[in-house]
Ligand binder design. Sequence first.
Ligand code: NAD
Length: 299
Amino acid sequence: MARIAFIGLGHMGGGMAPNLARAGHDVRAFDLVPEAIEKAVQGGCSSATSAAETVTDADVVITMLPAAKHVRAVFENDVAPNAKAGALLIDCSTIDVTSAREIGAGLDELGFEFVDAPVSGGIAAAAGGSLTFMVGGSDEAFERSKPFLEPMAKAVIHAGHLGAGQAAKICNNMILGATMAVTCEAFVLAKKLGLDPQVFFEISSKASGQSWSMTSYAPLPGVGPETPADRDYEGGFAAALMLKDLKLAEEAAKSVGAYTPMGGEAEELYQRFVDRGGGDKDFSGIIKMIDDSWKVPQE
Ligand code: NAD
């Protein structure tokens, strides 16, 4: 049993921290939102009054924060000055590759082992302990972090050196954003061509148009397995976070001169959806905008 500091108890971290407590670890949890700490306590964690207090005496520090600026601030201001020598530091947030590398290198200079370990899987997988972790860091740091990630995971995969976890995550989510957008377009087109959406789902989910966006996350209510579409696109993976990941992918592509036109198109579509107020909706809710914009040329 290890003493684990868990910082960031939002949609994702709020589900993840209790899974570590259930696995028998002593988890001290902190968030800026008191209600989030209260929920973690109900889930078997203990509470702290600051991030600095959370990390004192911790063997392992895990963060699940919104974006790079939060991760940088927490590691620089709270973790590095207060964590005990030799503590293992794990960031599970989705941030840009460069920031992950810089934060890790800075912590390495201070003698800490750090891995970037972003996740795939939404809020349900966070609560159910079935996330996929993509881990960037040395072989030793990966082996050391694995037992602490496993209680929250269905898979823990070593992506490569520092920053490789973030690289895998944004490449994966670029596929996800583009396939969801085109799956929505296909459903709208199929409907307009007179196809029954359920019949189209049954065909395409068994044909070469099959993808996770089609088979496991069909963007229409009543079609396929239960998805956020059945809850008017509430919950799930917010479109604003998808846009964030597509921007990270574009930034990363520019930094290495990679040509990613489909990723760019998906980013533009999600930007428009967020600008029209869809940021809090599940990312599959973009089908509503695609359906609407379809009508524009006919008006
Ligand atoms: P969220 O906004 O719900 O949670 C983030 C939490 O961090 C909030 O509760 C906030 O109060 C807390 N926080 C911010 N600054 C803090 C600080 N200085 N100290 C302590 N707590 C602080 O976000 P989320 O949906 O849980 O996502 C977290 C990360 O996981 C993001 O990087 C996101 O891109 C990634 N992610 C999200 C999903 C998803 O489905 N929501 C899926 C995969 C990855």
